[in-house]
Design a protein around this ligand. Structure first.
Ligand code: 3PG
Length: 209
């Protein structure tokens, strides 16, 4: 089950990939470090193509499509081979569409009302975005009272310095972020640096990856 895989991995790399040429070496490194669950954002023109390529070439990857903003994109990423979809927010049409779909959806929230609305559609794992701006660890502590059945994936401003504080919370399943493979390092093809980012995770997580 996706939620168990995310919990075990603890971190969800959020990736902005512009070309197939960038995708292949990155996929090899992700698999080497057992970072099988990833988020590919729909922020580049070739995102769907990259998603489809990775889903076909690397079936061990569990690919989430990120930045899914509307129902059309929800359909597109499903067709491209995504295992799940993530959004920075949660509009009514998207929630309704995803609730009827077999593809797992992680809606984005940053307020109690948004959380309640997504919960109303049955979504028990929600992305807190942008986590640091929304209130970070303190917000999630406060949410654990009224929303004791929910789990969160804080993303946006998570980094090696605050990651452990998030992961220590009972209502955090996994943290997401771009710091593991920042766009500039991907663009530069700096695989050595990205590998070193992945390797340093082992010392930062409570249970090694
Ligand atoms: C996202 O789309 O989830 C965020 O842009 C990731 O935020 P970060 O760059 O602060 O990790």
């Amino acid at each position: 089950m996706l939620i168990e895989q995310l919990k075990a991995q603890q971190v969800l790399p959020v990736l902005v990939i512009e070309t197939i040429e960038q995708a292949a070496p990155l996929a090899e490194l992700l698999l080497k470090y057992q970072l099988n669950c990833i988020e590919i954002t729909l922020r580049t023109r070739s995102a769907l193509q990259v998603l489809n390529y990775l889903a076909r070439q690397y079936p061990e990857l569990i690919i989430g499509a990120g930045t899914v903003l509307n129902v059309e994109q929800f359909d597109q990423v499903q067709q491209a081979g995504a295992s799940f979809a993530i959004s920075p927010g949660a509009t009514e049409p998207l929630l309704a569409k995803a609730a009827r779909s077999e593809m797992t959806f992680i809606p984005g929230v940053m307020t109690a009302s948004e959380t309640m609305q997504a919960q109303g559609y049955g979504f028990k794992l929600q992305k807190l975005f942008p986590a640091q701006v929304a209130g970070g660890v303190e917000l999630l502590k406060a949410f654990s009272g009224p929303f004791s059945e929910l789990l969160f994936c804080p993303t946006g401003g998570v980094n090696p310095n605050n990651m452990a504080d998030y992961l220590a919370l009972n209502n955090v399943a996994v943290v997401g972020g771009t710091w593991l493979a920042p766009l500039a390092q991907i663009q530069a093809g700096n695989w050595q640096q990205i590998e070193s980012n992945f390797a340093s995770l082992q010392g930062q997580l409570t249970v090694s990856v």
